[in-house]
Design a protein around this ligand. Structure first.
Ligand code: PLP
Length: 448
């Protein structure tokens, strides 16, 4: 378990938040960290280890946020920290190529062979932004199709009806995005191949790409219907458009080769059922440091500068310290690590659902591999929640009560009903027990 011993000074959490609000808009550097939809003060974190985070008052919580995905191995894994320290001692940034970047790109390609060439960037937003630019440059077309409730970072053209913080704050998009930019994005309902067919029938020759979360996790978990991603592949191929599979959240988390690996049988070594043109990665690929990437066949990726006309760059791209964290994380993410993450996700998801059922709280447990979330409300059990409109129709107020009861009991859940619950391979039986012990109180609060 983590320990507050190394947090030398104890602070008042509310004072910390007041001070933060005087210096930082809303006191946070990313809106999902604010407790906007659940109310109260976000906990200021002093340290984290394994399955636990410790706030500035010295209070410890079992963590189900895991840095919103990156902490697949838990926090501050000793081997990852050692790799970072070792890299840092050799220099923080050179602005020149390093062999560590090649190692990381090769590791990505080993896991996802269709990512023949990999360009490293610093955030998922940069990865999707570059993928969109590359798709436009490659096809000579302007329109992009995205799906309502999917989040691809804060790229202008991808903020329309986005998930994550945009969903949490119930925004249609963002101020400051020009009409011209919004007009180049077609937003369609998720899991509806007919809508995609229709859009291509009407405007197929203008559509550069379809971008989709490999398995959406930013409107709560909404699994792709069987054959949905393959269907997108079929339609885009028929019209000469690219398919961008956004695996920023799912990549290297739901399995060694991401969602595409699970879905395509890559893990079993079988031939893939479908292959997108471009992949985007983030989160786990940096192991908690700023690394993200896009990958695809050389024929498309070589359109990027310096070889091709599509410009993309970054002072800190492929930063040696960040790359060391990512590489160490991926090298430790073996079959046993994924088996543990899968197991913990199964146990915690089932237990949360059972606790809510015992209190008569209408809900649905939604899963995509080891990603899961609970939707509050009366959903038709068989089909589950299939799109954003259904996800928005939840009794979100129940999550607010549930969240705070769990926090009081020492469990740190994501502060929004539209986010996935993240577990790690460091969630040992003691951590899981603590979560299970908190659930009855959480469920009682949700029932009120
Ligand atoms: N794409 C998906 C699917 C994401 O979940 C996220 C972040 O949550 C992003 C892109 C953006 O990544 P970043 O926050 O690193 O810019």
């Amino acid at each position: 378990a983590g320990s507050p011993a190394h947090a030398t000074t104890l602070h008042d959490n509310h004072e910390a938040f007041v001070r933060a609000q005087g210096a930082i808009p809303g006191g946070v550097n990313s809106p999902v960290r604010a407790y906007g939809s659940v109310g109260g003060d976000p906990r200021f974190i002093a340290s984290a280890r394994g399955a636990y985070v410790t706030d500035v008052t010295g209070r410890e919580y079992v963590d189900l946020v895991c840095s919103w995905g990156p902490a697949l191995l838990g926090h501050a894994h000793p081997a990852v920290v050692a790799a970072v320290q070792d890299a840092a001692a050799r220099g923080l940034s050179f602005g020149a190529p390093t062999l560590g970047e090649v190692d990381l790109a090769e590791e990505v390609r080993r896991r996802v062979p269709a990512a023949e060439r990999v360009r490293l960037v610093s955030t998922g937003t940069e990865a999707t932004m570059t993928a969109v630019r590359l798709a436009r440059g490659f096809t000579g077309r302007n329109l992009i199709i995205k799906f309502a409730g999917c989040y691809h970072g804060h790229v202008d053209s991808l903020l329309a009806e986005a998930g994550s913080g945009v969903a949490t704050l119930a925004l249609p998009g963002s101020a400051g995005v020009t009409e011209a930019s919004a007009a180049e994005t077609l937003v369609l309902p998720y899991n509806d191949l007919d809508a995609v067919e229709r859009a291509f029938t009407e405007r197929g020759s203008e559509i550069a790409a379809v971008i989709t979360e490999a398995a959406p996790a930013n409107m709560g978990i909404v699994p792709p219907a069987p054959g949905y991603n393959e269907g997108l592949r079929r339609i885009t191929s028929a019209h000469g458009a690219l398919l961008i599979l956004d695996e920023v959240l799912t990549g290297f988390r739901v399995g060694p080769s991401g969602w595409w690996g699970l879905e395509s049988g890559m893990v079993a070594g079988a031939l893939p059922e479908y292959t997108p043109d471009l992949f985007t990665f983030g989160k786990v690929i940096g192991g908690g440091m700023p690394v993200a990437a896009l990958g695809g066949p050389a024929s498309i990726m070589d359109q990027l500068a310096p070889l091709g006309p599509v410009y993309q760059a970054g002072t800190l791209s492929g930063n040696p310290v960040a790359v060391a964290a990512g590489l160490a994380t991926l090298r430790l993410a073996d079959a046993a690590a994924y088996a543990r993450v899968d197991h913990v996700a199964q146990v915690v998801g089932d237990a949360a659902s059972a606790a809510l059922a015992a209190e008569g709280v209408a809900h649905r447990l939604q899963r995509s591999g080891n990603l899961f979330s609970i939707m509050f409300g009366d959903f038709a059990a068989a089909a589950g929640v299939r799109n954003y409109a259904q996800a928005q129709a939840q009794d979100a107020f129940r999550y607010k009560a549930f969240f705070h009861a769990m926090l009081d009991a020492g469990v740190n859940l994501p502060p929004s009903v539209f986010e996935a619950w993240f577990v790690s391979s460091a969630h040992d039986d003691a951590a899981v027990e603590r979560i299970l012990a908190a659930l009855p109180d959480g469920a009682k609060a949700a029932a009120r």
